[in-house]
Ligand binder design. Structure first.
Ligand code: FAD
Length: 168
């Protein structure tokens, strides 16, 4: 890339912080650095014309993990690690909402629904049998039961009769 004298002088000189990647993590990092060091000069480098990672491709669900995801996490991490992880995700979402504002991100609290295909017998049975245990496990953070069952009120086809509903 050929840069002019002015581009080099204005954009790439006397940089205090360089951040690689303009995804949600890179931009949050820049935001909080700027808040802490308002006079600092921050350079964000992005390999694509537009951000090329998960942040602009994701589904936009503000979720700390579904029941089956938490059960999966517990297979490879200790209970303490998973609890810490859930807590970080939960407070991270709160921080993001506080920083950006619910209106700006069109935040809607609709709860979460985990659906299972009719063929997913094993996973579904595992979730049902672990539900109460996981609710108890998450109580220190949420003080309430997070996961419950709801009937197929959206009338999706070929799925189990009940969803796992996530209230928080
Ligand atoms: C399909 C999909 C759906 C998802 N749905 C959800 C959801 O509903 N809710 C949720 O909470 N999470 C969801 N996620 C996860 C969430 O999107 C990611 O955890 C989050 O976006 C990661 O942010 P990041 O900034 O770490 O990474 P990224 O958004 O991937 O950002 C990294 C950036 O760095 C750039 N980069 C990489 N290497 C270089 C380099 N060498 N030089 C310059 N730039 C570089 C990339 O181009 C990219 O723009 C989803 C993810 C995917 C893929």
């Amino acid at each position: 890339m050929n840069l002019s004298y002015w581009e080099i002088k204005n954009w790439f000189t006397n940089i205090d912080y360089t951040i690689v990647g303009s995804g949600i993590v890179g931009l949050s990092c820049a935001w909080f650095l700027k808040e802490r060091f308002p006079k600092s000069k921050i350079l964000i480098l992005e390999r694509g014309m537009l951000p090329q990672g998960a942040s602009t491709k994701n589904a936009g669900f503000a979720c700390f993990g579904s029941l089956s995801e938490i059960i999966e996490d517990l297979k490879s991490h200790s209970e303490n690690e998973v609890l810490e992880l859930v807590e970080k995700r939960f407070y991270g979402l709160h921080l993001l909402r506080k920083t950006l504002g619910d209106k700006a991100v069109n935040y809607q609290n609709n709860g979460g629904f985990e659906l299972f295909n009719n063929t997913d017998d094993t996973l579904y049975e595992t979730c049902l049998s672990q539900k109460n245990k996981i609710n108890k496990f998450l109580k220190p953070i949420f003080k309430t039961d997070v996961f419950s069952l709801k009937n197929n009120m959206f009338n999706f086809k070929n799925i189990k009769r009940q969803y796992i509903f996530q209230s928080v």
